[in-house]
Design a protein around this ligand. Sequence first.
Ligand SMILES: [Fe+2]
Ligand SMILES: [Fe+2]
Length: 222
Amino acid sequence: MIPELSKVKTDEEVQAIMTMAENQIEALGFTEHSRRHCGIVSKWAGDILRGLGYPEERVLLAEIAGYLHDIGNAVNRADHAQSGAILAYHILKRMGMDTAHAAEVMMAIGNHDEEFGTPVSDISSALIIADKADVHKSRVKKNVTNALQANIHDRVNLAAERSYLSVEREGTVITLHIEIDTALCPVMDYFEIYFNRMRLCRKAAEFLNCRFSLDINGTRLV
Ligand SMILES: [Fe+2]
Ligand SMILES: [Fe+2]
C-alpha cells in the first residue's frame, strides 16, 4: 500500500516535524520556507517521472520522497539527508506503506544531498534534479537584502527570479530553466556556485537515460 500524497502532507507527525525543521532553518538565519520548497520538489519530482512515461506508482513515490526529503532538518542541518531518510521510513511504515516502497523512499531521501548523494534509482534521480532546480530568492539568509554586498551564494539566489523544469524532445532531455537578474549576479557566479549541483543533475539525468540541459535567461548553456 502507498498512502495518497494528500494524506502524507496532512499527517500530524509529518506536520509537527516539518514545523520543527522550519524552526531550525529559521534559527540558523535562513528565510527558506520548508513547506514551499518541499511542495515544489514533490511536484517537480513527480512531473519528471510522469514526463518520462513512468507508471503512476513511481510518480507517487517520487512525490512522497520529494515532500519528505528535507524533514531531517528537524534533527540537524548536518547529515539531514540521512536522518530524514530514517524518519521518513518510519513515518511511512506507520502510515501503512509496505516495507519495500518505504525503503525505496528512504534510499532516495538518503541520497539527495550533493555532498554524499548519488542517483541510485529512478525516484532518487528525479528527487535530486527537482531539489537542485529550486533556486529562489526566498532561500537567502534573512539579513541579506543587498545583492551587491552579499556573498556569491546569496547573490545567486537573490538574483533568481524564477526557475522551472521541463522534459523535452520526447523524454530525452530534462531542462532546468532559470531566470536571473544579471544586474545582480553575472551568469559566471551561478556556474561557480552550482557546478557540483549541476554535475549531480547530469548524473541523475543519465540514470534516467536522459541528457541534462541548462537554460539561463533563454540561452541554452549546456
Ligand atoms: Fe536537503
Ligand atoms: Fe531540499
